[in-house]
Design a binder for this molecule. Structure first.
Ligand SMILES: [Mn+2]
Length: 313
């Protein structure tokens, strides 16, 4: 479906459920709440659904928000590359044909929805939502704060390689509505609890290097999470640490989900394709940031991802 098709779809239908991905980030939530607020502003009924809890740092996106009561007629997925990423609690939406429209920017999108608007050149799915909505009516400050959050978080506050002219242009249009972008960026990129700061220091002090120090691995174990009393979602700053070290081409974060099951986050410089490496292991994502799941003992898991990276080096 093209952008005009999506505009028609949003205008002609009603009673929307907007799905966001598990381990929610600023982009999926910014798209979800931004689109929901815009649709409600059109007099339509819409709710945002997430299969996990929403971390407190995103509270500002859903202030004054409460679930509406209605019979669902339309299901839209935002920033969800694969139906699996809706999570076990939203199994019913993972069935074929359950999602009417998917709006996404992941090159690895599996086309699980009946209709898909996919733009892999967009640094954030929130940029696609901006393009759709800006052609439909006025974007209020509340909607703008949501979309800005999506663009800022997925571009690493306008620093990642996916940041382009459009990201800055749309951000400037959103800032024009009077949003408090300073406070959004401080919440997204600076503030952390003392426990999180201590956990990050402990994890980074154990960083391991492989393949002539070109690959750096950080491990987030269940033990560390318990010891410091933090939520795994609060440690999402860890994946970007490894690439801050000179000479490192691939930064790997190995996060223990359950005993024997590890979630891998891979960040790469422009010499390696993270999406390709993770697809080979059953995952996917973006060209510089992707993920997959590997089962086994920790040392085997690390060997497996490092060996896969070395194939592409
Ligand atoms: Mn995204």
């Amino acid at each position: 479906m093209d952008i005009n098709g999506v505009r028609r779809f949003l205008t002609e239908n009603d009673n929307y459920t907007i799905l966001t991905h598990i381990s929610p980030d600023g982009d999926t939530l910014g798209c979800g709440f931004g689109l929901c607020r815009f649709l409600r502003g059109m007099g339509k009924k819409a709710n945002v659904v997430n299969g996990d809890g929403i971390p407190h740092r995103y509270d500002f996106l859903c202030e004054d928000y409460s679930l509406q009561d209605y019979e669902e007629k339309c299901v839209i997925a935002v920033d969800i590359a694969d139906a699996k990423l809706m999570g076990d609690r939203l199994k019913k939406y993972q069935q074929p044909g359950a999602v009417d429209l998917c709006i996404d920017h992941h090159v690895s999108n599996t086309k699980y929805a009946k209709e898909t608007l996919l733009d892999p050149t967009a640094g954030a799915a929130a940029m696609i939502i901006y393009e759709i909505l800006s052609g439909m009516g006025t974007i209020t400050r509340e909607v703008a704060a949501c979309l800005y959050t999506g663009i800022a978080t997925d571009t690493g506050c306008f620093r990642f390689e996916n940041t382009d002219y459009r990201a800055h242009l749309y951000a400037s249009k959103l800032i024009e509505t009077g949003i408090d972008f300073y406070s959004i960026n401080r919440k997204m990129f600076e503030l952390k609890s003392r426990n999180v700061a201590a956990a990050e220091r402990a994890i980074v002090s154990e960083m391991k290097f492989f393949l002539n120090d070109k690959v750096a691995v950080n491990v987030i174990s269940l033990e560390t999470i318990k010891k410091y009393g933090v939520e795994p979602a609060e440690l999402e700053g860890i994946p970007s640490v490894a690439l801050t070290i000179e000479g490192v081409l691939a930064g790997v974060t190995v996060k223990e989900k359950a005993v024997g099951t590890y979630k891998i986050s891979l960040r790469t410089t422009d010499e390696l394709n993270a999406s390709q490496i993770c697809s080979d292991l059953g995952g996917g994502g973006h060209i510089r940031a992707a993920g997959c799941e590997i089962k086994g003992e920790l040392s085997e898991v690390i060997n497996k991802i490092v060996a896969k990276i070395s194939e592409y080096m």
